[in-house]
Design a protein around this ligand. Structure first.
Ligand SMILES: Cc1cc2nc3c(=O)[nH]c(=O)nc-3n(C[C@H](O)[C@H](O)[C@H](O)COP(=O)(O)O)c2cc1C
Length: 298
């Protein structure tokens, strides 16, 4: 949401990943413009993430079908009704889930892959950790599983493969890339973050979100404790994601980030991020089973 723009998406795809445009709550015209711009910047496959709570979900679907992209991903929420149209247009669909039950249901409905997202993730979260969720989803479905949540380096990628995943989805790591339009103050906050810098707000509603702790999250949690209604909390949170992520108001804005913020120490180009992660994972995997190299990362 807000940060998955053509520049970042094309950089990820050009570096061998699968960049995904975040449609978020954006208007369909913006999504069309970003798809066209991405096509100018890369000839590699890329995707669009459709936010299930967007007020523009239908017109965004139309744009995606008209423009044609390789992949559509759906954030948490039930995407079943959109599958037939995407499938018949030859677009691969990946759905993000936080539970085994959702993974099973979406496989039945016909998704091509499942993104199993643990509670470590930035943005909307469930309760189960990546470590525990991924292998259970892998055991429950036949389609490929992508692990998400808490992965920001080669150790995380190798661990995801060990859990049975066939790939990883990363959000927070790419905020701290040169190509991401996130405000420099947010990037700096992530680099400074440690293992306990994030909190989850909204657990009293059905929309729990992980972000960096700041004045805004402390106020939000105080409102929840005082029994604020979902409407009051929605009103309090209005406009704060853009304010935090893009405008860089690190006190009043909503700084969506995962626990992996604590692992991120540098802002660098996407290509360097991906190459380093892949090289580190390859070294770990090729050393595994060899006693002399088992403690490679110590
Ligand atoms: C700033 C931010 C915005 C996000 N927006 C979306 C979104 O619009 N749709 C979605 O499905 N996931 C969204 N996510 C979740 C990511 O797609 C990804 O699953 C998550 O970041 C993985 O965990 P990580 O942050 O530890 O890498 C967002 C994450 C962040 C940090």
């Amino acid at each position: 949401m807000w940060l998955g723009t053509a520049e970042l998406v094309s950089a990820v795809s050009n570096a061998g990943g699968l960049g995904i445009i975040g449609a978020g709550n954006s208007r369909p015209e913006w999504v069309r413009q970003q798809i066209r711009l991405t096509k100018q910047l890369t000839n590699k496959p890329f995707g669009v993430n459709i936010f299930m709570l967007s007020p523009f979900i239908e017109p965004v679907m139309e744009v995606v079908l008209e423009e044609g992209v390789a992949v559509v991903t759906f954030g948490a929420g039930n995407a079943e009704i959109y599958l037939p149209r995407l499938n018949s247009a030859g677009i691969k669909v990946m759905s993000v889930v936080a539970s085994v039950a959702s993974a099973r249901r979406l496989e039945q409905a016909g998704v091509d892959a499942i993104v199993a997202e643990g509670t470590e993730s930035g943005g909307e979260v469930g309760e189960t950790t990546t470590m525990v969720l991924v292998p259970q989803v892998v055991d429950s479905v036949q389609v490929p599983v992508v692990a998400a949540g808490g992965i920001a380096d080669g150790r995380g990628l190798a661990a995801a493969f060990a859990l049975g995943a066939q790939g990883v989805q990363m959000g927070t790591r790419f905020i701290c890339s040169d190509e991401c339009i996130a405000h420099p103050r947010l990037k700096e906050r992530i680099v400074q973050a440690d293992d306990r810098s994030t909190v989850v707000t909204g657990r009293t509603t059905r929309y729990a979100v992980r972000s960096l702790e700041n004045r805004m999250t402390r106020q939000f949690l105080a409102l929840e404790k005082a029994g604020a209604t979902k409407e009051e909390l929605d009103w309090f949170g209005r406009g704060r994601t853009y304010l935090g992520l893009v405008e860089g108001d690190v006190d009043e804005g909503w700084l969506l980030s995962g626990q992996s913020a604590g692992l991120i120490k540098e802002i660098k180009p996407v290509k360097a991020i991906i190459e380093e992660i892949v090289a580190e994972a390859e070294a770990i995997i090729s050393a595994s089973g060899r006693e002399d190299k088992l403690w490679l990362n110590r």
